[in-house]
Design a protein around this ligand. Structure first.
Ligand SMILES: Nc1ncnc2c1ncn2[C@@H]1O[C@H](COP(=O)(O)OP(=O)(O)O)[C@@H](O)[C@H]1O
Ligand SMILES: [Mg+2]
Length: 372
């Protein structure tokens, strides 16, 4: 097998007929989701655990095992027993950092290949990224296959390093053109990126990170918060088969891939809308409850902290702006515990502090009751 030569973008000759209903549906669902997003005063804080969940699932597609609960507990100071889990968590936290970095940068200037390299450097910062040309496009040949298989048995061999510049240049330009349907354009951008596979590692995660960034830049969503990975993880085989099918370079293979991707956007828009709404409802309900319970001017800032970091120790509130004295915080937390609003997930002992959690929020993000 020789290295693959991706087609030049734009792709022509795609049979549209079958795609039109899907395009309509995906656009409607996305607009509905954006309506909810638009109404949020602070989507970054309120949807912060969903962002973490996206990082977890996007990483899981390629085999990391850490769960949302483990990541959040780690942030609160509980280290998992296995060292490899710590590395998983490190990369998941990097993923979130990279997303936030992109969000900031996009306020000032459009997406670029340089930003992409910066995101790669952030994502692979740490133990596992050491030998992976962090922050640089690759200068060696890579291949996709079962772990440990030689290149002769590869499932897919991305372009040779010397062809990368041309491929990336074409890809980067296509990213910024105005196509009649940006969702189809995004389907093509994601797939083409995976086929170019410009980095030694992290291509899958960066390709999925691009989804919210692109939607935001095209003004289809009012902040760069969109979670696609749950669908791709659930339909992992179809996802990979769709990408692999593109090696045929036929219009039909593209139509199949685009159809799959539009379904992902449609279903995830509805899922994101449902979860975002559930989170808003929870926030509003708790706001009322906590204000009634504590009659304190600090009730809302405290609640915001809990949404930002729903698994925590009382140290979370130390030195936070707008927080009262430690005894007062402890008093408020005591009341919330008594009412069952927050729960103990690890008892304190000796110098180990107690870990508490806003379990309802985590359960909404996970879509099931993982913490009681
Ligand atoms: N046959 C294929 N052709 C093109 N891309 C593929 C194929 N199979 C998998 N991929 C993509 O490659 C990604 C894995 O590449 P990798 O660089 O290891 O990314 P990460 O480390 O973020 O998981 C998958 O998540 C998928 O997006
Ligand atoms: Mg990988």
């Amino acid at each position: 097998m020789k290295p693959f030569h991706p087609q030049q973008l734009p792709i022509t000759g795609i049979p549209w007929d079958a795609l039109i209903p899907l395009i309509g549906r995906a656009n409607r669902s996305l607009a509905y989701y954006d309506g909810i997003l638009y109404g949020l005063a602070n989507p970054r804080i309120l949807l912060s655990p969903l962002t973490t969940q996206e990082a977890v699932l996007s990483s899981k597609i390629e085999g990391t095992q850490a769960t949302l609960g483990e990541v959040l507990k780690f942030e609160a100071g509980e280290t998992p027993a296995q060292e490899s889990r710590v590395w998983d968590i490190e990369e998941i936290m990097n993923y979130r950092r990279a997303m936030r970095h992109a969000e900031e940068k996009l306020k000032a200037r459009p997406f670029s290949l340089n930003l992409l390299k910066d995101l790669h450097a952030i994502l692979l910062n740490g133990v596992r990224g050491k030998f992976k040309a962090r922050g640089q496009f690759r200068s060696t040949q890579n291949w996709i296959g079962k772990p440990g298989t030689p290149i002769e048995e590869a499932q897919f061999i991305p372009p040779a390093p010397r062809d990368l510049n041309v491929c990336l240049d074409n890809w980067g330009k296509y990213y910024h053109v105005d196509r009649p349907d940006p969702l189809v354009q995004l389907a093509i951008i994601h797939a083409q990126f995976e086929m170019i596979h410009p980095f030694l590692d992290g291509n899958g995660r960066l390709g999925r990170m691009i989804v919210p960034l692109f939607l935001f830049e095209k003004k289809l969503i009012s902040s760069p918060v969109f979670y696609i990975s749950a669908y791709l993880e659930k339909h992992r085989q179809k996802y990979v088969a769709g990408l692999q099918g593109l090696t045929e370079k036929t219009p039909d293979a593209w139509a199949r891939w685009i159809g799959f991707f539009l379904s992902a956007l449609d279903e995830q828009s509805r899922e994101n809308a449902r979860k975002a709404q559930a989170i808003i409802d929870l926030y509003n309900r708790l706001k009322k409850e906590i204000v009634d319970l504590t009659r304190s001017q600090y009730a809302v800032p405290l609640l915001d902290c809990l949404f930002d970091q729903p698994v925590f120790t009382s140290a979370l509130f130390d030195n936070r702006r707008g927080m009262p004295s430690k005894p007062m915080v402890m008093n408020m937390l005591g009341r919330l515990k008594k009412e069952g609003i927050i729960k103990v997930v690890r008892e304190g002992s000796g110098r180990r502090p107690q870990i508490l959690a806003l379990t309802k929020l985590i359960n909404i993000c996970e879509g099931k009751n993982v913490l009681k």
